[in-house]
Design a protein. Structure first.
Lengths: 291, 282
């Protein structure tokens, strides 16, 4: 969704800078509204929504009769966040969680990507792998948690493997679809131009599948944070999920809020990272081409 | 189908020697049958030799009993209505159709340009030119692009090119291979009339310089008359006309050309006397 908003934003920015003002839009907007149009074209207006929510939150605390244990004020949460950062609790938890996600992603992307290539590039691979993948895909990941604990203990392994497992499927499905949807005409052209099978894969098929792989990677990132929390809340002695579940037991609602906000920021950050990779590697796409 | 690919050496330098296995690079069900007869002596020996070529799709026979030779430097236009099988024949010559019948000998140094340019959108123009060129360097690509007049676009993305520019890149990509056989599948079909005229001139220049045997598949009668040394018409699954266009200017302009045009059109099943004719669809 955010990718969509992003691309639209680029288009808006471009038309505002490069093309002459469209008279129809002008007339519809009315004389003085042209200035507002420019204001909304600024990317800083994206922060208005979150700020509005912050205001409503503060209003609910001030006007309503919520107890601080039920709904702490933004200022309270901010203070708690600073305290947790200062004494190292939050930073440690964050690093532990990041490590789990990174390892899980590495595992899942490698396996899921490898399987997708085997299945996408060969008939035997497809026959052997694809049905199995769709069988496993429909199993709820979190229902597997007890099994993973049973097999791999309550240490790091179970958590990393569970994240890895969950990541395999969005990567597999998207990369497989990407490989299969590469334009047949380009493949023929590659063959006629004398590319070997490996050359075809390297120059035609993989670059053609890359955009869809990135879509899969974004989905995988989202899933990995989700699974991480679940895994950490059920059995862990460290990490963000543990921080939250521990706070629940101690009725520290403000800490729960800090944990949740950190999660959302992490999700946002990783999404921005993939977006940057997209911008950098998909510059050939006409929607990114600015000339 | 037996498809023989001959390399340059087996063609020119040792004319009298029998075909050695090393000179033949057979593809797919490649038992290369027979040696091309009579290839011994002159420079007039055909680069492309097609004997008894045929192609069926299920019950439907598209082409049958096709015999065709193309000589070095000769530009043969293959005319036919849509669905007549002309692109099918081109695909066989490019080595992409193992299921055909007959005997086809083509040189190994081939290049193809399609109606849609088929540039890889994720590779810059100059890298597109070098696809499949062993040890191709940027300077080679620039030289090839210079030849088609768009060296300045070397660093552009294919997505930013106009139709004519993209087709020029496609031609650069074909000619950088120094093809002995150039296969063109309606390369100018999607271009506007002015651009097409420019491209005709460019193609003539390039062919004169590189001198490949060229097979131009087209349904445009005027294009065939403008460009071709020989015009071959396919209708009703066979070659129905094989006409050599004369060398003097009147063959391509003037009354002789008009007569030829009328003849070609009627061969294609279009009434040339009717003011607004349209190509027959079958």
């Amino acid at each position: 969704m955010s990718a969509f908003a992003y691309e639209r934003e680029v288009v808006v920015g471009k038309s505002a800078d490069d093309s002459p003002p469209r008279p129809v839009a002008r007339r519809l907007a009315g004389g003085a509204a042209g200035g507002w149009r420019r204001v909304w074209a600024s990317r800083w207006t994206r922060f208005l929504g979150p700020l509005l929510i912050l205001a409503i939150w503060q209003l609910a605390v001030s006007v309503g009769h919520m107890h601080a244990d039920e709904l702490p004020s933004p200022a309270n949460v901010w203070k708690t966040g600073r305290q947790l950062t200062a004494n190292g609790t939050l930073t440690t938890a964050l690093l532990v969680s990041l490590r789990r996600v990174a390892l899980g992603l590495l595992l899942g992307v490698t396996i899921g990507g490898g399987l997708a290539l085997l299945s996408g590039l060969s008939l035997v691979g497809e026959r052997l792998i694809d049905p199995v993948m769709h069988m496993f895909r429909t199993m709820p990941v979190l229902a597997l948690l007890p099994l993973f604990v049973l097999w791999f203990g309550i240490g790091e392994k179970a958590k990393v493997f569970l994240i890895g497992w969950a990541v395999i499927f969005p990567i597999y499905i998207n990369l497989y679809a990407g490989v299969r949807s590469v334009d047949e005409k380009l493949v023929t052209a590659g063959k006629v131009l004398g590319l070997s099978r490996w050359g075809l894969i390297r120059h035609v098929i993989l670059p053609g599948a890359w955009p869809q792989f990135l879509t899969g990677l974004r989905l995988a990132l989202g899933v990995s944070w989700l699974v991480l929390v679940a895994a950490e809340e059920i059995n862990a002695t460290s990490g963000l999920g543990y921080l939250i579940i521990n706070a629940q037991n101690l009725l520290e609602t403000n800490v729960i809020f800090v944990g949740l906000i950190v999660y959302s920021l992490l999700g946002l950050t990783t999404d921005i990272l993939v977006r940057l990779v997209e911008r950098w590697t998909l510059s050939w796409r006409s929607s990114f081409v600015t000339k | 189908m037996a498809l023989e690919l001959r390399d340059q050496v087996s063609q020119g330098a040792e004319p009298a020697a029998p075909v050695k296995p090393a000179d033949l690079h057979a593809v797919k069900n490649g038992a290369a049958v027979g040696s091309p007869a009579g290839r011994a002596t002159s420079g007039l020996e055909p680069v492309v030799r097609i004997r008894g070529y045929g192609r069926s799709f299920g019950e439907r026979t598209v082409l049958t009993g096709i015999d065709l030779d193309i000589r070095d430097g000769e530009l043969v236009a293959l005319l036919g209505a849509s669905g007549s099988g002309k692109s099918t024949l081109l695909r066989a010559l490019s080595g992409q159709d193992p299921a055909a019948d007959g005997h086809v000998v083509v040189p190994k140094e081939r290049a193809v340009a399609f109606q849609d340019h088929r540039l890889l959108p994720w590779k810059k123009v100059w890298r597109n030119v070098l696809i499949g060129v062993p040890k191709g360097r940027r300077a080679d690509a620039l030289a090839a692009l210079e030849e088609v007049g768009i060296a300045s676009l070397a660093n552009a993305w294919p997505g930013t090119l106009s139709g004519g520019e993209a087709q020029r890149v496609a031609l650069a990509r074909a000619f950088i291979r120094h093809p002995k056989l150039l296969l063109l599948d309606e390369p100018f079909g999607a271009l506007d009339a002015l651009t097409r005229l420019r491209m005709h001139r460019l193609l003539r220049e390039l062919c004169a310089r590189h001198n490949p045997a060229t097979l131009l598949v087209t349904h445009d009668v005027d294009e065939a008359i403008t460009l071709a040394d020989r015009i071959v018409v396919i209708s009703d699954r066979r070659i129905s006309l094989d006409h050599r266009v004369g060398n003097d200017p009147s063959a391509r302009n003037g009354t002789e050309a008009l007569a030829l045009r009328a003849r070609l059109l009627s061969e294609l099943g279009v009434d040339p006397t009717h003011p607004r004719h349209e190509n027959q669809e079958n």
